[in-house]
Design a protein around this ligand. Structure first.
Ligand code: ZN
Length: 294
């Protein structure tokens, strides 16, 4: 008998998944993965995919890295994807570095917007947001918003930043997240993966004159299949504050009319963090796909 098409069928499993790998990673959690499709948070990035099924136990909380590099397509993507995790690590002594790939020049609904002014505004907003999360340098590659390629020249740029910053952990968009519309998010994901491979192998881009560097972990946010949580309890508000720093995006991305609607945005952030945390029995978390074999 066919399902009614106007009533989505939840793919809910009441069976906790308890597969165990032969090669356990450190910091393994025995928490079974449970997944109930949550209500959308109202944020444009980071909700769990509705097509995902529980797949194996989760790991929780990497050791705090000495240096973390977060790579986002646009100003605000890093805060949306991993803002709480970065704030937590910074509070524990980690040095943060943001790499923003595009100039954010299409981040407005105003037809007659002054795009050069918007680019300058968004750079300032990104600096402010980075400061709220715990400081650290911000590098802008200034590709035109919406036109980011994942070709060799762009890969060379990302490789150079990874070799210069020498991060223990790299964070970025999951390029395998299905049915994602924005091309920059897909390309940013590929550049993150391909940049890591290039950075670790000395035969890539020797003309850069930079020593190769192999990060220890790669964390992909908005993961198609989450396998790792970073506990975010206590860092909900700082993530909200970092998002609020992107004032030019309040209407378009955050869905609020002004900075006065802090409570509205914070509720969205808390809803998403709670949904991620619920995968592993945590009150609040940011979920990632962690790649440990780099
Ligand atoms: Zn974006």
């Amino acid at each position: 008998m066919p399902h009614r098409s106007d009533q989505p069928v939840p793919h809910r499993s009441d069976q906790p998944v308890t597969h165990r790998s032969d090669q356990p990673m450190p910091h393994r959690s025995d928490r079974p993965v449970t997944h109930r499709i949550p209500e959308p948070s109202g944020l444009p990035v980071g909700d769990l995919p509705t097509h995902w099924h529980p797949q194996g136990p989760l790991t929780v909380d990497l050791p705090v890295p000495q240096v973390a590099l977060a790579i986002g397509a646009h100003p605000d993507d890093v805060e949306l994807g991993c803002g709480a995790t970065l704030a937590k690590w910074a509070a524990a002594g980690c040095r943060l570095h943001h790499l923003v790939l595009t100039d954010g020049s299409k981040g407005t609904w105003e037809v007659d917007a002054d795009r050069a002014a918007l680019v300058a505004t968004r750079r300032r907003e990104q600096q402010a947001a980075a400061g709220i999360l715990g400081g650290g340098e911000v590098t802008f590659l200034d590709w035109a918003d919406g036109e980011l390629p994942s070709d060799l020249p762009a890969r060379r740029q990302v490789c150079a930043v990874i070799r210069q910053v020498q991060p223990d952990v790299v964070l970025g968009h999951d390029p395998w997240r299905r049915y994602r519309l924005h091309p920059d998010h897909r390309h940013a994901g590929w550049l993150t993966l391909d940049g890591v491979v290039a950075a670790r192998d000395p035969q890539f881009f020797p003309e850069l004159g930079l020593a190769s560097h192999r990060p220890r972990r790669l964390l992909l946010w908005e993961a198609d299949v989450a396998n790792h949580l970073e506990d975010a309890a206590g860092f909900e508000r700082v993530k909200t504050d970092a998002l609020l720093a992107h004032r030019s995006q309040h209407g378009t991305t955050m869905g609020i009319a002004s900075a006065d609607q802090v409570a509205t945005l914070e509720a969205k952030v808390r809803r998403q963090l709670a949904a991620h945390g619920a995968l592993g029995g945590l009150h609040a978390a940011e979920a990632f796909h962690c790649i440990a074999d780099l």
